[in-house]
Design a protein. Structure first.
Length: 395
């Protein structure tokens, strides 16, 4: 996604302590507990996406529903899915994950066939996308899902140009002070903006092609921590540079006697600000990484349903050392605690610019396509989780 691949990459990396200000970061994300994912998923497929479920039968042995509490026991994660087949034997796979009742991701794969719709299939005009959105608003109201404000969202739809770009990789974007909408003939995505920072974690969007349909709504799932001890990216960069230098003293300590440590350049750096869930590191994968001496420890005092500021920085060396070209640092913005600090580089050697310089100052990770970053993440997560569940189901 061009420039925004950086934020997507940082966002994926972030899937890896005690704050006195925690009371300022409370959460208010609720759904109606009467409905489970098993009830919501078929309704969303038919009432929102418009799939005619009467034309399908469930494939025996290919359905699952699992509910458990994760992230320190504060998030109910429901995983639900099934296979559908029609009279011709064409198969559609459905997989989903709901967090505290919110459709965290839903993945629909027609397996090379055409879907049966109750009305016209998705075509990608502004009206078509708006109609899907409004159907979801009705669905969310019916099932008690607290999500985006309908009137604010429709106001952005009204400002969208009629001639949409073909690909979701290059959408048109319309925005207000606190909300952005990205549109293409293959997608729509809303993203919350707080103090000028776009929050992919607080989003609702649909992406569709002939091969897959992805939907997600995490807009009401997270509250936002409004505490940030760094007033600017420059202030953070000064702090992170000192952390990186301390790391270098340790990292290069075992080097041979005549080795000269390369300078860590304050003039070559990139800075970004992410807002991530408080216990995103509190998961089995990170536990395995910690056992291997990797990963990042989480704070039990951060809420899994609150987005906290995580500042990120990368500083470059004056010259590469093998495949290592710099140091990356992550710092929690609400407390100033270091989340991680380690070397960074690329296979095959360093990636410093050929002229020996890089852009001085801050290169913040923001831009038009950030709204769709969460959709791309969903696709990657779904691919891994779907395989895992299918394997477990048939062992």
């Amino acid at each position: 996604m061009m420039k925004n691949l950086k934020i997507l990459g940082m966002f994926m990396i972030s899937l890896f302590f005690v704050s006195l200000l925690f009371s300022a970061c409370s959460v208010d994300a609720t759904t109606d507990e009467r409905f489970t994912a098993e009830e919501k998923l078929p309704a969303l497929l038919s009432d929102v996406i418009g799939i005619d479920l009467s034309k399908y039968n469930k494939v025996e042995g290919h359905s699952y529903y699992v509910s458990q509490y994760e992230y320190g026991g504060s998030v109910e994660v429901e995983r639900c899915g099934f296979w559908l087949t029609d009279s011709k034997g064409d198969t559609v796979t459905i997989n989903s994950e709901f967090h505290n009742g919110f459709p965290f991701w839903i993945h629909i794969s027609p397996m090379g066939c055409s879907l049966h719709y109750t009305s016209a299939p998705l075509k990608g005009s502004v009206k078509d996308l708006r109609d899907v959105f409004e159907r979801y608003m009705d669905f969310a109201q019916k099932y008690g899902i607290s999500t985006i404000d309908r009137s604010s969202a429709l106001e952005l739809f009204s400002r969208a140009p009629s001639n949409l770009p073909a690909s979701e990789l290059s959408p048109v974007v319309v925005a207000s002070d606190d909300l952005a909408l990205a549109l293409s003939k293959q997608s729509f995505g809303f993203c919350r903006i707080v103090n000028g920072v776009e929050l992919p974690n607080k989003s609702v969007g649909l992406s569709f092609t002939d091969d897959v349909i992805d939907f997600s709504d995490t807009f009401g799932l997270y509250d936002v921590c409004d505490v940030n001890i760094f007033s600017s990216d420059v202030e953070f960069a000064d702090f992170a540079f000192e952390v990186a230098n301390v790391f270098c003293d340790s990292f290069f300590a075992p080097a041979e006697e005549n080795f000269v440590r390369p300078d860590l350049l304050r003039s070559r750096f990139e800075v970004g600000l992410l807002m991530i869930p408080g216990q995103i590191y509190n998961n089995p994968l990170n536990d395995e990484l910690l056992e291997a001496g990797l990963g990042t420890r989480y704070s039990v005092d951060r809420d899994a349903s609150v987005l906290y500021p995580l500042w990120t920085a990368k500083f470059y060396f004056s010259e590469t050392v093998g495949n290592v070209d710099g140091v990356q640092v992550g710092v929690w913005g609400d407390t100033g605690e270091v989340a991680y600090c380690w070397e960074t580089g690329h296979l095959g050697g360093g990636m410093l610019p050929s002229n020996g310089s890089s852009s001085a100052g801050s290169a913040t990770f923001s831009g038009d396509l950030v709204v769709l970053a969460v959709i791309a993440v969903i696709v990657l997560i779904v691919a891994a989780i779907t395989v895992t569940f299918v394997k477990k189901k048939h062992k």
